[in-house]
Design a protein around this ligand. Structure first.
Ligand code: TMP
Length: 218
């Protein structure tokens, strides 16, 4: 059985990763190819703890103070969730020949948790935590100016989560660009996410097609 392709979408909040994951799945299905959409944090046990933290339903008590968990705890939780997600959902689907489209993966940990920290070694430490997870066949980085992303998030107005402050989103945009520049040799492509939704899907799909036709990223 030929394994499916493992495709990851990355970008700051509001960049459209969730919309594009669904659109890419439709393109696969239209071609008669099996596809499965998933996301991180996952729907697994660790992922559901993370979701409760992100929405403020689960808080930590440190020295009689109620607080959100530190960036280190978050990085460890995300790494644990990723491993569970791979073992329980991603790898079994790929082995069955199903293409897996994952909304966020290791880049999100590097970007979000390093921006949350003041530690210059954060990026190295987070990379180490995620060193043995499966490498995606293709990472589509949906690049969007933070001002536009913030505007879209306000329009959506789904209630504020842990990482939603505008200043954080601006730092995050810089972090994503930096990670991307450092990873030029890998299977990452940048997509202009400010374009209309269908044009963004076309751009993403063209990279998926070249991945499938020549076993690499154009
Ligand atoms: P989303 O469902 O809106 O993408 O929410 C997930 C949030 O979790 C988003 O703000 C990004 C954040 N996140 C991290 O901080 N680290 C990670 O490793 C992942 C996968 C997500």
């Amino acid at each position: 059985m030929i394994e499916g392709n493992f495709i990851v979408l990355e970008g700051i909040d509001g960049s459209g990763t969730t919309t594009q994951a669904a659109a890419l799945k439709r393109r696969f299905l239209d071609q008669g190819l099996p596809a499965h959409v998933t996301a991180e944090p996952s729907r697994g046990p660790v992922g559901s703890i993370i979701r409760q933290i992100l929405t403020g339903r689960l808080v930590f008590h440190h020295h009689q103070r109620v607080t959100a968990p530190s960036w280190r705890i978050m990085a460890l939780l995300f790494a644990a969730d990723r491993q569970d997600h791979l073992e329980a959902e991603i790898s079994p689907n790929l082995r069955d020949g199903v293409n897996v489209i994952c909304d966020r993966y290791v880049f999100s940990s590097i970007a979000y948790q390093s921006v949350s920290s003041e530690d210059p070694d954060a990026v190295d430490w987070i990379r180490t935590l995620n060193r043995y997870v499966r490498t995606p066949d293709l990472i589509l980085y949906l690049r969007l100016p933070p001002e536009e992303a913030i505007r879209r998030c306000r329009e959506r107005d789904q209630g504020l989560e842990l990482f939603d402050e505008p200043e954080f989103q601006k730092k995050l945009a810089v972090a994503y660009d930096t990670i991307h520049n450092l990873q030029r040799d890998t299977n990452v492509v940048t997509i202009d996410a400010a374009a209309p939704i269908d044009a963004v899907t076309d751009a993403c799909w063209s990279h998926v097609v070249s991945l499938r036709s020549d076993g690499g990223v154009a």
